[in-house]
Design a protein around this ligand. Structure first.
Ligand code: DC
Length: 230
């Protein structure tokens, strides 16, 4: 059976990663969470004090520091997920903080950051057998992916989902703050000059505001099977 590449793009908290992980597991493919890579660079920038109190990124400092950012993934059999490591240390937990979420868009819009990460992502995807999720996978990173999905959901559905996720993790943050952060990230991610969030022309659109995870999974697997058996 051929091993294809599957690109999953979409808005923040549209449920991409849950589905991407499920599809990767079902096919025994590698799952690559590219958002985790942008988050890890943001964590690095915060630690290096390259982001000030107003949320401004020291762009020159960031560019100069980029050669010191080394990202890898390590499979965690417990979570069944590949977790991101920053300079050899697993930072999967730290990168999900509200602090990182608040600042990631300003880091992700820097062209030098994107060039470095896109190159690494293409290398990981070049052999096929991958499910990669992000914002620019179907358009920029893997434009030749055999199957592309674009996931959307209403801001209410996404806000509620992310809020519950943070609550489960014991983080104290209001629904209003979560929704504001999502709106702001949507705005920056969709309007940046360098590879903004965009739907690939050949992507299959899934609006999952009213779909269960099982319904989405079944639909996505049916699309994948169609390509695998074509
Ligand atoms: O998927 P996520 O919410 O974990 O992504 C975090 C941020 O990284 C998001 O605000 C946009 C950015 N991102 C990006 O610009 N390109 C990608 N391929 C993946 C994520």
């Amino acid at each position: 059976m051929k091993r294809i590449s599957i690109a999953i793009d979409g808005l923040s908290a549209s449920g991409k990663s849950t589905l991407a992980q499920g599809v990767a597991r079902a096919l025994n493919y590698l799952y690559i969470d590219t958002g985790a890579m942008y988050r890890a660079v943001t964590l690095f920038a915060l630690r290096e004090k390259l982001i000030d109190r107003e949320g401004q990124l020291d762009e020159e400092g960031m560019k100069a520091a980029l050669p010191r950012v080394y990202l890898t993934f390590r499979f965690n059999p417990g979570s069944g997920k590949s977790e991101v490591c920053l300079n050899g240390r697993n930072v999967e937990k730290e990168i999900r903080s509200h602090e990182v979420s608040r600042h990631v868009s300003v880091v992700a819009r820097l062209p030098e950051v994107r060039e470095k990460l896109v190159l690494a992502q293409r290398r990981m995807g070049e052999t096929g057998g991958v499910v990669m999720d992000g914002r620019d996978i179907g358009t920029v990173v893997l434009p030749d992916a055999e199957v592309k999905f674009f996931m959307t959901a209403s801001i209410e559905a996404r806000g509620q989902r992310r809020f519950l996720e943070l609550q489960r993790k014991g983080r104290s943050v209001s629904l209003e703050d979560v929704v504001d952060n999502l709106k702001e990230r949507d705005r920056i991610d969709s309007t940046r000059d360098h590879s903004p969030l965009m739907q690939a022309e050949d992507a299959i659109v899934i609006d999952n505001s009213d779909l269960s995870i099982e319904q989405q999974f079944d639909h996505m697997m049916a699309c994948v099977q169609q390509v695998l058996h074509a």
